[in-house]
Design a binder for this molecule. Structure first.
Ligand SMILES: NC(=O)c1ccc[n+]([C@@H]2O[C@H](COP(=O)([O-])OP(=O)(O)OC[C@H]3O[C@@H](n4cnc5c(N)ncnc54)[C@H](O)[C@@H]3O)[C@@H](O)[C@H]2O)c1
Length: 247
């Protein structure tokens, strides 16, 4: 992980399920439900935590399937880590998303501070902090986000499966490679407070459509077969079509 290259201290990964397996020397894994405040306090005290990078969330498509749970995990969970950070003087990072914008947000480019009005509970819970586009990583399986097709295609290509795309071929969405994502996270965390103009920035890298990605992947795996079966994520993705400024 890019972060590990920079951090000399122990990283404690708090998880509710251990569905990802990094190298064991990365640091201890601790079971912690983001909704269990006492448990979070114990983790902070036991491991003498001073920075908290809060990734737990239900992503856009999964959140729409279970809105009450998304409200709890994404909003109550966020309030828990904010309260925890206040109590223990932690430096807190919470990633946001292009899903925090809605159909009324200006495009090309979308300013850092602008009208948002997101249409999903995921977007509502992510109005603040660094807004990342879809993140492309081989570390984890797709987690129920609208941009996850851009991760799934690589798994399907390598496994020899047909790639079923849930978006229309010309849906252009902003994306970013995981190393660039972690670099921006690191730069945000280590920038002296007096140099930050605000707490919320848009992060940008590239944008492409499913059709363009398929063409690129086929150059490496010509046998890849593709079908397009747009589902409810197409409606979410339409509002993600934004061009973000570089920070
Ligand atoms: N993947 C992307 O393209 C992308 C883009 C922008 C922002 N982000 C943000 O990055 C973060 C991580 O996204 P991801 O793609 O790794 O998603 P993911 O679904 O893979 O990971 C979310 C994690 O939250 C955990 N979780 C769920 N409920 C929990 C609970 N009650 N207590 C503790 N943990 C719980 C899940 O077990 C899972 O490991 C999210 O906050 C997301 O908003 C992701």
């Amino acid at each position: 992980m890019t972060l590990q290259k920079h951090i000399k201290k122990t990283i404690v990964l708090y998880v509710i399920k251990r569905e990802i397996f990094y190298e064991d020397d990365l640091g201890p894994y601790v079971f912690a439900d983001i909704l269990d405040f006492k448990c979070l306090q114990e983790v902070v005290v036991t491991y003498r935590i001073d920075w908290l990078v809060h990734f737990s969330a239900l992503l856009s498509a999964i959140g729409e399937q279970n809105v009450p749970l998304a409200i709890r995990v994404n909003i109550e969970g966020l309030h828990n880590v904010m309260e925890l950070s206040k109590q223990y003087g932690l430096r807190l990072f919470v990633p946001s998303t292009i899903g925090a914008f809605g159909p009324d947000s200006p495009r090309n480019p979308t300013p850092n501070i602008t009208i948002q009005r997101p249409r999903t509970i995921y977007g509502v819970s992510k109005v603040r902090c660094l807004r990342f586009p879809g993140v492309i990583s081989s570390d984890t399986q797709p987690g129920g986000g609208t941009t996850d097709y851009a991760v799934q295609i690589f798994h399907d290509a390598i496994a020899g499966n047909e790639f079923e795309c849930y978006l229309e071929p010309d849906t252009r969405l902003p994306m970013m490679y995981i190393d660039d994502c972690l670099r921006s996270l690191w730069e945000m965390l280590t920038t002296p407070e007096e140099l930050l103009k605000r707490r919320t920035y848009n992060v940008t890298a590239m944008s492409f459509t499913p059709k363009e990605l398929v063409e690129e992947v086929k150059k490496h795996v010509p046998t890849l077969t593709v079908s397009y079966e747009p589902d409810s994520r197409q409606n979410i993705g339409m509002h993600f079509y934004l061009s973000l400024r570089k920070i």
